[in-house]
Write a protein that binds this ligand. Structure first.
Ligand code: GUN
Length: 284
């Protein structure tokens, strides 16, 4: 079998076009210019690329984008003061502090300082709690994007076996919650899972979010499964690759996301959706 490719680029383009329309409508009807402020501390090269791409995507959709770049030696007090100021600024609808932060800054404390109604990443404990209790204010962008991909492919989730590999706060845990809310029976695997293949082979929907190139091979995939690859890794050849060995897994799966061009573009699209929704809520 050769799997259908789930095209994240195409789907994200359609979502961004819809965001652009709603951004323009919000401006016309309420005079509100939706805006996202991204805070980047330090010089991490990957973060710089991500932040630039977020800014460009905002602008393309008509969202105001502000990128605040702070030096790596910024103190925690300075960063918290900035976030407090942004919380109070009514022209800022979304606040995103790019992670990872330099080691001397307490990531948890920084995120908890963001006002939950502006936390478009959905990382604040209040938003994590809302997601867990089934009433998310903001779903974290990557798992939210995965749900949109599954929806666009009409993947039946009620009663399905979903296995998520990787239990991070940013992807794995919220992914499990969203799948559970959609009626799937969810298994959340972590780095200590004893027999990973035994778990993944049960999956009708398999989500890999570990950050290890090619850890999921075709023999670990149930025939006909839908495979979602959240990993973005740099392979030994320098090329981008996912957590799934695409060549072998695509022989077994019914549908699969590529890397690049799969989940990656969806993450940014959902960030725009969350920011727009924050701005729309501010109108009501
Ligand atoms: N670093 C890597 N992914 C993300 C993300 O989704 N949000 C933030 N704030 N930082 C990240």
């Amino acid at each position: 079998m050769s799997a259908r490719i789930i095209d994240g680029k195409k789907l994200s383009t359609a979502i961004k076009a819809d965001v652009a329309e709603r951004v323009a409508k919000l401006k016309q009807t309420h005079g509100i210019q939706a805006g996202l402020t991204v805070v980047l501390v330090g010089e991490d090269p990957a973060s710089q690329v991500y932040v630039r791409n977020k800014g460009l995507a905002c602008e393309a959709a008509g969202l105001k984008s502000d990128i605040i770049r702070l030096p790596a030696n910024t103190t925690e007090a300075e960063l918290l003061a900035l976030i407090t100021r942004l919380n109070q600024d009514s022209s800022v609808h979304g606040i995103l502090v790019q992670l990872p932060l330099p080691a001397h800054l307490d990531e948890h404390k920084v995120i908890e300082t963001i006002a939950p109604h502006k936390d478009v990443d959905g990382f604040h404990v209040s938003n994590a709690g809302m997601l867990m209790t089934g009433k998310p204010l903001f779903a974290p962008c990557t798992p939210y994007g995965v749900m949109k991909m599954l929806e666009s492919e009409n993947v039946a989730l009620r009663g399905a076996e979903a296995v998520v590999v990787g239990a991070s706060n940013i992807v794995g845990k919220p992914m499990a919650m969203l799948l559970l809310a959609a009626g799937a029976t969810v298994t959340l695997c972590n780095s200590k899972t004893r027999d990973l293949a035994a778990q993944t082979r049960r999956a009708d929907v398999l989500v890999a979010a570990v950050g290890r190139p090619g850890i999921i091979t075709g023999d670990m995939v149930k025939p006909g499964a839908v495979v979602i690859d959240v990993g973005i890794n740099r392979g030994a050849d320098g090329k981008l690759c996912g957590d799934v060995d695409f060549a072998s897994a695509s022989e077994v799966a019914s549908a699969i996301t590529p890397v690049p061009g799969g989940v990656g573009p969806m993450t940014i699209a959902m960030l725009l959706v969350n920011t727009l929704e924050a701005a729309e809520r501010s109108a009501n």
